[in-house]
Design a protein around this ligand. Sequence first.
Ligand code: FAD
Ligand code: NAP
Length: 553
Amino acid sequence: MTIDTSREELDAVVVGAGFSGMYMLYRLRDVLGMSARVFEAGDNVGGTWYWNRYPGARCDSESYVYCFSFDKDLAQEWTWSGKYPEQPEILRYLNHVSERFDLRRDIQFETRVTEAHYLEDLNRWEIKTNQGDHVLARYFITGIGCLSTGQLPDINGRDSFEGDWYHTGSWPHEGVDFAGKRVGVIGTGSSGVQSIPVIAEQAEHLTVFQRTPQYSIPARHGTVTPEFLDEVKGRYEEIFEKNRWSRAGFHYDEIERSALEVNDKERREIYEAAWEQGGFRFVNASFSDIGADRRANDTASEFIRAKIRETVHDPETAEKLVPRYHPFGSRRTLIDTNYYETYNRDNVDLIDIRHSPIEEITANGVRTQDGEYALDIIVFATGFDAMTGAFNRIDIRGRGGIALKEKWSEGPKMYLGLASSGFPNMFTITGPGSPSVLSNMPPTIEQHVEWISKFLDYMRTHDIESAEADASAEADWVDHVNDIASTTMYQLADSWYLGANIPGKPRVFMPYAGGLGTYRKKCNEVADAGYEGFMLTSQNPKGLHSQEPVLKQ
Ligand code: FAD
Ligand code: NAP
């Protein structure tokens, strides 16, 4: 279905109908009273939770914080069933949100934005889609997701495989029947660790191809009790407010204690208790310096290694699973249900492809240096071209026709992760240089959407036609993002945070590691100072772009 929009003019075009695009639409239309359309490649809302339907898919954020906080009634009326929300439940929630705020009428589905060009003389964005739409908009806002562009590795012979294959990030809606099948899973990141135990229960045989062993913490998943939900709902406003100013978008009481200030026995007991709590609480409930001090970190890494050896019966398999190439927390922490236990099953084999790499995919399966593994189905749990992938798949051009992709050829350059110099009136929800993927994302998304909305309102009330990040403010912010990253564990591993999972991608740490609360404060200060770091250009009567900035902060 295509809406005829030839040269249609709108106040704003938003790309993506996940948490970000949905909330942005609500603010633009229902709060600011602007005309807006969302273009979404999928055929419904949900974003991540629309696409990632693999077995075992669920959130690692606890359900009571993985939700919108902007509407009190919405928060009160929705009831989560699980400690961690599973993919179908999050999708139901987002469908509920879209119905409750009547969002779908301004979302055009099955439509991929292919081009967005800034027309300097009109000071408008010209947006084109794969459905032939052609729209002019004053504002171009992306909510295209940090993890929305799947990465399928370019393995020799991939297309010759005669069985079925799937990527976890683009899973068939009707599901996959693994019964009686020999299945291979390539990849042991979050998606692999979640799907492997479930596939193992369904398949005749499962072969896991692991390149880098990981640290995974038991989720301790379960249902949530009505008493817990009542308690949470009774003080939701306080919880949300704490989350907004927290480091990671959720607030757990911090324990100020060094792993190096206790003796071995005490340390072990503290880790055991934190392990029982499970999930991200393992970190918060143990020691405060695991992420900052390498010697403290070593104690956590060693504790998890011992847990793997305890859990996995076959010592050879256990040793393959023991992580030794990076410290705990230098990659996204994994959270699982029965991941290590799965390797005790008779129908599961683990293949170490770091030491015996995959040479090719054949018609019958996967061939490594050591032999061929016959398979009926291959699951690629191989991750995403994260943070910049979705941008690079749109031909985005700013002032002077410069392509965003070209500007970012050595790594993304953004001011606050919200705007890029040379691209006036373009805003990016969870763009590179913002906390995004280092946090529980709904509060982070809300902060961006609300900040952008406030800015658009400011522009309107101050007759500002165009806002563009100042190049020097942007350069300073990029330096700041790098400086903070250099003090973290994240530099000690190859990860998608650094673009290391994509051949040829510049190795730059992309998210902002200073924490959501600190970041929120900075964004508020920028706004309070009249949008410091932005060049603001006055409106002229013809609506044409004036070169004279009225305010240059
Ligand atoms: P998305 O949900 O990714 O939505 C972006 C949308 O943009 C997609 O629907 C896509 O189709 C659309 N799009 C992209 N390009 C175009 C285009 N050119 N034209 C049209 N449409 C386009 N975060 C957490 O905080 N906690 C978790 O536990 C957690 N678990 C996750 C589990 C998985 C499997 C994945 C992949 C991510 C997880 N995340 C988690 C991150 C998650 O992406 C965010 O929490 C959140 O859902 C992001 O919402 P979004 O709207 O910004 O982006
Ligand atoms: P990922 O973390 O990037 O993991 C990809 C896996 O595939 C890694 O094990 C990687 O090995 C392997 N791989 C990639 N290319 C390969 C190749 N050519 N040959 C062999 N192995 C290859 O991707 P993901 O698991 O999809 O997770 C991505 C992010 O999405 C997560 O970090 C998280 O932020 C989010 N996510 C969250 C949840 C959740 O919260 N519940 C669930 C899923 C995803 P190497 O390690 O050796 O590179």
